[in-house]
Design a binder for this molecule. Structure first.
Ligand code: SAM
Length: 241
């Protein structure tokens, strides 16, 4: 696995500002009167989206591949008695056929074969609606420019995601791209923050000299009044079966 969320469950919420914003924006697309029926949230993490969607009228499955993330979710969501927790791989899930909503925020970019996963979700829950938000191309473009080895992922484009969704049989009812710009005191603080929420570098280890040089360049090219900037790009979708 290229991420290490399991070992970062305790520090995730402290660093996951952009994921929290993505979760709020996705939850805003599901009106209170639609928050009902059997729901399955895949890659729920510590429950940032789950919390936004409560109260939910019906059973709500909180699923994640990481047992430590699920344990954190269980603590922070203890007040909500309709939630059920399950360790589950979103690539090979087991969804009840009567599932009415499949929900997922800031997880699907980690899937090796998103089209296959989306097809399974669609086939297992043929009447479900889908609410998905995923990080796309443009995310951490500054880091990819000066220190590509330190980027946790190569993000797919919006066009690729639209293709995956349609090929998997989902009708795209509503979709939007949005950029969030975050600020960090310097490039080192950005790298620490990525590590803090479990997004581990995908590339080979960078030598100390190259890392220093990359961080210097980052500070020079992407300086802003609050330190340095880092762009995140989110693609948000409501899909219907
Ligand atoms: C960036 S966190 C997002 C968590 C939460 N949805 C949020 O918005 O804060 C990504 C989560 O996806 C989970 N994850 C990654 N790959 C997964 C997979 N194949 N199946 C289920 N969960 C997965 C990780 O364990 C982690 O909790």
């Amino acid at each position: 696995m290229r991420h290490s969320f399991d070992s970062r469950a305790d520090s995730y919420d402290t660093h996951a500002h952009v994921q929290a914003r993505a979760a709020v924006a996705l939850a805003d697309w599901i009106a209170p009167e639609e928050r009902k029926g059997l729901a399955a949230e895949l890659g729920a993490g510590t429950g940032l989206l789950t919390k936004q969607l409560q109260p939910w009228d019906g059973e709500y499955l909180v699923a994640d591949i990481s047992k430590n993330m699920l344990a954190r979710a269980q603590v922070s969501l203890a007040a909500h008695k309709n939630l059920r927790y399950q360790k589950m791989d979103a690539a090979q899930p087991e969804l009840p056929a009567q599932t009415q909503w499949i929900l997922s925020s800031s997880m699907a970019q980690w899937l090796d074969n998103p089209q296959e996963a989306l097809s399974r979700w669609r086939a297992q829950a043929p009447k479900a609606n889908l609410a998905l938000s995923v990080f796309v191309e443009g995310t951490l473009c500054e880091l990819l420019d000066v220190l590509p080895e330190c980027a946790p992922l190569t993000w797919r484009s919006v066009a690729q995601w639209e293709h995956f969704l349609r090929a998997a049989g989902w009708q795209i009812e509503r979709a939007q791209e949005e950029s969030f710009v975050c600020h960090h005191p310097d490039a080192l603080a950005l790298l620490r923050s990525l590590k803090g929420f479990g997004a581990t570098a995908k590339g080979a280890r960078v030598g100390a000299g190259a890392l220093r040089e990359g961080m210097r360049k980052y500070g020079q090219k992407y300086a802003c009044p609050r330190g340095v900037r880092a762009t995140w790009r989110v693609f948000r979708v409501i899909g219907r079966a």
